[in-house]
Design a protein around this ligand. Structure first.
Ligand code: BV8
Length: 252
């Protein structure tokens, strides 16, 4: 699906070109065109009968560690087979065209970094990292005995993915940096997020309060739409490249 560049208001383009600091809050939607199902889309196959919001909790891991471990293994294998899409790459390109661009992502797929973005704040962790449930420290190697979840080589406790589950605190430094970036954003994009999960969904309001221009890139309305200066309805893989072309076409 193409996106009509002509529908980009001149005022939007002017403020984007003049921006000293652009901030992007991304959600699962930006990875949809890479083939990664969004967090709230119906899950496929074996996992269709599970609610991701139920599985992504310490309680679920406590109750059935093997089920939760297997769910994340399925997701890790799915992510290992995909790459960044035009939306991720447009943000990596925009980073080279503005003085400073910070990507704050709720995603755990590492696709922004693969696309070339260098200032990425991972609010909810990263599925490529594994940590010990007891010691809460990253474990890079362990003995594969076939037991699922595998055991920590230091203490024998269960290993778990290094992601933030519902009811768990976000990494304090990541949240602090995300709040600080949002308060200094001249332009704040939300891209591909349903705006349901907190405290991530509170970040656009930080930008609004600080006088930033807030822009939603999403195919449908969300609870954040109300706050937006501009909303561009379409897939991020089409909208973001159109924005970069419209704002910096003379550089191509
Ligand atoms: C916490 C990692 C406290 C795991 C995830 C108020 C304040 C604080 C907390 C709360 C609060 N109110 C409620 C809470 C509790 C809870 C919460 O927010 N619940 C919600 C459901 C109401 N928050 C928490 O528990 C957080 N922890 O606050 O702890 C605390 C403090 C101190 C000490 C102890 C505790 C932790 C939240 C993190 C949870 N972990 N992920 C994993 O991935 O398995 S969140 C999960 O949802 C994913 O990370 C996902 O990214 C995130 C948000 O979803 P979206 O990214 O928006 O994805 P979604 O599918 O919903 O939407 C996709 C969008 O894309 C759609 O709009 C769609 O239209 C669009 N789209 C589709 N195709 C495209 C597209 N867009 C563009 N292009 C396309 N092609």
């Amino acid at each position: 699906m193409s996106f009509d560049m002509m529908s980009l208001p001149d005022e939007f383009i002017r403020r984007l070109r003049e921006a000293k600091h652009v901030v992007v809050l991304s959600g699962a939607g930006i990875s949809a065109e890479s083939g990664v199902p969004t967090f709230r889309d119906a899950q496929t196959g074996l996992w269709a009968k599970y609610d991701p919001q139920e599985l992504a909790t310490p309680e679920a891991f406590q109750r059935n560690p093997q089920l939760v471990w297997d769910w994340y293994t399925w997701r890790r294998n799915l992510i290992s087979g995909v790459g960044p899409n035009h939306g991720h790459r447009a943000l990596a390109q925009m980073e080279r065209l503005v003085p400073r661009l910070t990507v704050i992502t709720q995603n755990i797929d590492g696709l922004h970094q693969q696309a070339g973005s260098t200032d990425v704040i991972e609010l909810h962790g990263n599925l490529s990292r594994t940590k010990c449930l007891n010691e809460d420290r990253i474990v890079e190697q362990w003995e594969e005995t076939g037991e699922r979840p595998p055991r920590c080589p230091h203490c024998g406790g269960y290993l778990r993915p290094d992601v933030v589950w519902f009811g768990e605190a976000l990494p304090p430094l990541a949240l602090h940096r995300a709040m600080a970036a949002s308060r200094t954003a001249d332009v704040f994009f939300t891209v591909g997020t349903s705006g349901i999960v907190y405290p991530a969904a509170s970040l656009p309001m930080e930008a609004v309060e600080a006088g930033g221009m807030v822009v939603e890139v999403n195919p449908e309305d969300t609870p954040l739409t109300h706050w937006m200066t501009y909303t561009f309805r379409g897939p991020s893989g089409a909208v973001l490249p159109a924005i970069v072309s419209a704002a910096w076409s003379e550089t191509f």
